[in-house]
Design a protein around this ligand. Structure first.
Ligand code: SF4
Length: 506
């Protein structure tokens, strides 16, 4: 074998060894049943043509690499932000493995979720027995303070009734009668992870607030929303709140559970919104959602309790942070402190320093509705041109909002918006009408390799780079981080592209 204990080879030089190369060639010839390389290249070229693009954009019955995940993923993320809460999947074990691996690969952190492993018999007779046994096992083995139940496609197709199942399980003694088991039906054939987040958040708040009378006070609640940068962003939010001297309750704080230290102790549960905070949140004056696309039903429910609600679209960059801070100031009566004004000025200064390198650069952006909206807004603040904006899990509201945003700046004049499209569409679009850079998640790396358009990773999921989620992208400090991330890629690309401008100083 080319690998040996005396000389450990990394995987690239290892797989270039003749032994492996011969094995790959034998496998290709014997099992892969390939077309000739020339024919493959010919078809690959054709898939970059206008002719193929028209066929691809006419596609209706197939989705290829959609920029969304299914509802339970968002539901489990929302549940993970509450103290001592165990996410519970009523349905297939494989689905739970997908949710856990998706979160673990992004956060590089264990993601604890259980499943009641419905199989063929449950698919025929219903999953009540699975729920009765599953809740008992989860409660006994993992000792949570709360179990938050969501469903997979299978449980939804056969119509399992979570409310009735949980009530029966409590009657049978699976968990104590007073133990909280909030739930959310999360059918994955509609909506996306953002819908699942919304459904679970509403389910959890209902479990804490039902039967209680609201006694209004002056406090504020903040819901972060589904955010792959939640570790950095929630910590940055707390710092901003401290500077503002605002005492706010964060509803679903995932900043600790997805960032536990290595110190010899395994923490199945870490941090999160406590029971006392969640119950007390009913009395708040207002609830702010940092990601309104993740919380429409939740905010409606909160309004019905008598609170004012305000929905933001991921406060990243200058204007979006201004909007958030001014709303916070209005609601609390607290002025925006000098420190934050200085941070704003520094971000303006940094943008002004670098604007000439971004002016006129064309960007394609893809991802969730709120992320794409925020990214487009910030790009235009920096003098860049968003030329393609693609969102799979879109809404009519997003389409109207993004059209209005693009119309508000000359930098948006050449933008094309692609609602409901997937990454295979984006490949065709960029092959025929290229952008200079691509902004999205790790899935765009195939387009980067195929079309040579550099990818800037700035949203969930990021599987192939490490630790981005530890740094904020929101507010003024997060804006600096985003600016630097974009600039680094622009300069790296410039240095690699040509000797004409291979300069020491930029
Ligand atoms: S789409 Fe349905 S089957 Fe697939 S992982 Fe999600 S819940 Fe499971």
């Amino acid at each position: 074998m080319p690998q040996s204990a005396d000389q450990i080879k990394d995987h690239i030089p290892l797989f270039k060894e003749p032994e492996y190369q011969e094995m790959f060639a034998r496998k290709k010839a014997a099992f892969e049943n390939c077309h000739a390389d020339a024919r493959v290249a010919e078809i690959a070229d054709w898939t970059k043509s206008w002719d193929y693009r028209e066929k691809n954009l006419a596609r209706e019955a197939l989705v290829v690499n959609p920029q969304k995940a299914c509802q339970p993923l968002g539901a489990l993320f929302a549940a993970a932000g509450f103290d001592g809460t165990l996410g519970y999947v009523h349905g297939s074990q494989g689905c739970a493995a997908y949710f856990r691996s998706h979160l673990s690969r992004h956060f590089k952190e264990a993601s604890s979720v259980v499943s009641d492993s419905m199989t063929e018999d449950a698919a025929v007779f219903g999953g009540l027995n699975n729920m009765v046994e599953g809740l008992a096992n989860a409660y006994t083995l993992y000792k949570p303070k709360m179990i938050a139940v969501c469903t997979t496609c299978m449980a939804e197709v056969i119509g399992d009734d979570l409310q009735a199942f949980i009530a029966t399980a409590k009657q049978k003694g699976s968990v104590p009668e007073g133990f909280r088991v909030p739930y959310a039906h999360t059918p994955s054939f509609v909506g996306s992870h953002t819908t699942g987040y919304d459904n679970m958040m509403k389910g959890i708040l209902s479990a804490f607030w039902e039967g209680k009378t609201r006694t209004p006070n002056e406090s504020i609640n903040i819901i972060p929303g589904f955010d792959g940068y939640s570790v950095g962003n929630v910590r940055e939010l707390k710092r901003v709140l401290k500077l503002m001297d605002v005492d706010a309750t964060i509803l679903s704080d995932t900043s600790d559970v997805y960032d536990t230290p290595t110190d010899g102790e395994f923490r199945m549960y870490a941090g999160g919104t406590t029971e006392e905070e969640a119950i007390g949140a009913l009395n708040a004056k207002a609830t702010l959602s940092l990601s309104g696309g993740c919380t429409p039903q939740t905010l409606k429910y909160i309004e019905e309790q008598g609170q004012e609600t305000v929905a933001f679209t991921y406060p990243m960059g200058l204007g979006a942070t201004d909007d958030f801070l001014m709303t916070l100031s209005r609601l609390t009566g607290k002025p925006i402190p000098k420190d934050l004004a200085m941070e704003r000025g520094r971000l303006v200064d940094a943008i002004a320093d670098s604007m000439s390198w971004l002016h006129g650069k064309k960007f394609a952006v893809y991802g969730d509705p709120d992320f794409t909206y925020a990214m487009v807004r910030f790009l235009m603040e920096m003098g860049a041109e968003p030329t393609h904006v693609l969102c799979t899990n879109t809404t009519k509201k997003w389409e109207a909002d993004i059209a209005e945003l693009l119309a508000s700046s000359p930098f948006g004049a050449s933008a094309q918006v692609w609602p409901g499209r997937d990454l295979w569409h984006l490949r065709s679009i960029l092959a025929t009408e290229p952008a200079d850079f691509l902004i999205g998640n790790s899935y765009g790396k195939y387009i980067e390799k195929d079309l040579g358009i550099p990818l800037i990773r700035l949203t969930f999921p990021i599987f192939d780079r490490h630790h981005h989620h530890r740094f904020p992208t929101m507010f003024y400090q997060g804006g600096l981080r985003v600016l630097v991330t974009i600039l680094d890629k622009v300069f790296d690309h410039l240095d690699a592209s040509s000797d004409i401008s291979f300069d020491l100083t930029r």
